[in-house]
Design a protein around this ligand. Sequence first.
Ligand code: HEC
Length: 75
Amino acid sequence: MVTVLKAWADPNLAALIKAIEAKDKAEFEKAYDTAIVGCNGCHAGSEGGPLKSMAAFKIVRPTTPLLSNIDYKGP
Ligand code: HEC
């Protein structure tokens, strides 16, 4: 699991961080979508644990900010 997680994390986090540092929204969205494909791929192949499998647990792009009680617009 650690190896599989590392195989997901190393390229995906690097791509996300690079896009954030470059403030490149298009690159960020591309990296984000690629990362999500990896989340779902691993969940689809998972087995064991209390839930037996994470296959039904599909990650998608968020449609709202993380916390609805924070106003991110600033002053
Ligand atoms: C290396 C494989 C792997 C990758 C990559 C992965 N997951 Fe998971 N995820 C799992 C497994 C296995 C579980 C079940 C763990 C357990 O038994 O509680 C899980 C559980 C979860 C849960 C449920 C946690 C809980 O018990 O409440 C969430 C939410 C989740 N993953 C989100 C994500 C997201 C978001 C990503 C991508 C950013 C991601 N996962 C990437 C393997 C993975």
